[in-house]
Design a protein around this ligand. Structure first.
Ligand SMILES: O=C(O)CCC(=O)C(=O)O
Ligand SMILES: [Fe+2]
Length: 211
């Protein structure tokens, strides 16, 4: 294993990539504070995607923050990042210490309840580089993240709860896709932050329009 993480956790991916789950990375009172302030203070927006010739609203709210110049294209639209807030900076510092990697951007998603979701995709955009390390923080309602191996169709369900940190690394994005399915069980909101390192500027649409 060639991981550069300082976590000694077991790799949850049975093959073709690395997945580490640090449960309660933030203990509950701290996670509560982050959930409340992120929900209040981030510039949550609805996004439209162009799919089969029409514009459809994505079933969640989103916000994009990062260093100036770390432009990122998602939902078919080129997004200029908003400048880091103080709390996103603090979260970034904590996550960087564990991952031993610098992040220059974060994509925030707000799932208002179990009717909000994210479609199956891989975070394999070329501006993330060949084997991106992506750090994903969850706050609020527990939701299931489902991984699907592209060739074998094996699925792997990971429950993400309040304060958890999930790290995706190695070749994972080449071989596995992931989705956050809708569920009747989730009545409360969930916030997810994925810290990323943008290494090149895109010249063409790079995120699949099917999310
Ligand atoms: O909400 C999640 O846990 C998944 C988010 C995700 O896959 C993404 O932002 O690319
Ligand atoms: Fe993703």
């Amino acid at each position: 294993m060639t991981s550069t993480l300082i976590v000694n956790d077991q790799n949850l991916a049975p093959r073709d990539g690395e997945l580490y789950l640090l449960q309660a990375f933030y203990p509950q009172p701290i996670a509560d504070n982050y959930f409340n302030s992120l929900r209040q203070n981030l510039a949550w927006q609805t996004e439209q995607i162009h799919i089969f010739g029409r514009w459809v609203q994505v079933p969640r709210l989103m916000a994009w923050y990062g260093d100036a110049g770390a432009d990122y294209r998602y939902s078919g639209i080129d997004h200029q990042p908003l400048p880091w807030t103080r709390e996103l900076q603090a979260l970034r510092t904590d996550v960087e210490a564990v991952c031993r990697q610098a992040f220059n951007s974060v994509l925030a998603n707000l799932y208002r309840d179990g009717r909000d979701s994210m479609g199956c995709h891989a975070d394999n955009e070329k501006e993330l580089g060949p084997n991106p390390l992506i750090a994903s923080l969850s706050f609020g309602e527990t939701r299931l993240l489902r991984f699907r191996h592209s060739r074998s169709r094996t699925t792997l369900d990971i429950e993400l709860s309040h304060g958890d940190l999930l790290i995706m690394a190695g070749e994972l994005q080449h071989h596995w896709r992931h989705e956050l399915p809708k569920t009747r069980l989730a009545k409360q909101a969930r916030i997810n932050l994925t810290f990323r390192r943008i290494v090149s500027t895109p010249t063409s649409p790079v995120l699949s329009a099917t999310r």
